[in-house]
Write a protein that binds this ligand. Structure first.
Ligand code: VAH
Length: 314
């Protein structure tokens, strides 16, 4: 029997690219896209409205569609979680616990994203190892560390097949940028294309780990497709491709938009960025299940610019 897949947070940055990728692989009718807010519409998607903090609602959905796998993406990211830490706790951890409990009950395979936000100021910033100090200082990071440990606990205690990646800052053109810290690297493209200028909320030299969405989607589905015995980390895998600072992406984008100007106005997100590592060592993902990214900064910038320019013309 084929897979029936539930994607929560389907209209977020990752979901907007992951849903079509899963549809291509498993068939449109086999991917159920869960959304929460109004205004999420897609003529070709199988949609359900729901809330991941509503366990019985999720239970009904899983039974109704005969779900076999969940990509649990719904959650608040870094800046959004600092604005509403109470909601972040309830949504990010309450939602995850509901998904894990229901997945044990219905024997589902689960993907859940962690993030480089699981690291904190005491973590080594260069070549950040897989197993290292996890003392984040943001609510989002606290949620990610607790979530990683919860995933591993469910694997060890209940044999749940739950897999996870520590996403770096992701750059994609399908969804609008969310309320995060690395999202400047998406917003700069909107500024460049619409107005030829951008004001960055981080300092020019704030190096952070980043990745193009196409690589992130491939890594995510490759991890889910990997044979069980190849998945050795059950907290969350370090996952990397490139690292750059606002100044680096500005100079790269300026090659495509010669008149582009940038100003810097760091805000509360600077402190969040300062607490995260700069370069991640993802050798365990490469060794265990063959992770290998395709895009570097120039290739990503060109592809992102072309696709977003096309999208914004419509
Ligand atoms: C954020 N883009 O900035 C997210 C991400 C690695 C960072 O989780 O909050």
């Amino acid at each position: 029997m084929g897979e029936k897949i539930l994607v929560t947070g389907a209209f977020g940055l990752v979901g907007s690219d992951l849903v079509p990728a899963l549809q291509r692989k498993h068939g449109k009718e086999n991917v159920i896209a869960l959304f929460h807010s109004r205004g999420c519409e897609h003529p070709e998607w199988t949609l359900e409205k729901g809330d991941v903090t509503d366990k019985s609602g999720l239970d009904k959905l899983i039974k109704k569609h005969g779900i076999t796998q969940v990509y649990h993406l719904a959650g608040l990211i870094s800046a959004g979680s600092e604005k509403n830490p109470q909601l972040a706790w309830e949504l990010n951890l309450g939602g995850l616990k509901n998904i894990l409990d229901l997945s044990v009950e219905h024997k589902l395979k689960v993907f859940w994203p962690s993030s480089i936000a699981a690291f904190g100021p005491t973590t080594p910033k260069q070549s950040t190892p897989q197993h290292t100090i996890l003392e984040p200082t943001t609510m989002y990071g606290v949620n990610k560390v607790a979530g990683e440990l919860l995933c591993q606990y469910y694997f060890l205690r209940y044999g749940l097949d739950v897999r996870s990646l520590r996403y770096p800052g992701l750059i994609g053109w399908k969804a609008d940028p969310g309320d995060g810290t690395t999202e400047y690297a998406i917003s700069i493209f909107y500024g460049a294309i619409r107005e030829g200028k951008y004001t960055c909320f981080l300092k020019e030299d704030s190096v952070l780990p980043m990745m193009y969405m196409e690589d992130a989607i491939k890594g995510t589905t490759d991890l889910m497709d990997a044979k069980n015995e190849r998945v050795k980390v059950r907290t969350s895998y370090n996952f990397a491709s490139m690292s750059f600072a606002p100044k680096d992406i500005y100079l790269e984008l300026k090659k495509l938009v010669p008149g582009l100007t940038i100003a810097y106005g760091p805000d509360f997100r600077q402190k969040i960025a300062d607490s995260w590592p700069k370069i991640i060592d993802d050798s365990e993902a490469r060794k265990d299940w063959g992770w290998k990214p395709k895009y570097d900064l120039p290739a990503m910038t060109k592809d992102m610019f072309e696709h977003l320019s096309e999208k914004l013309k419509k």
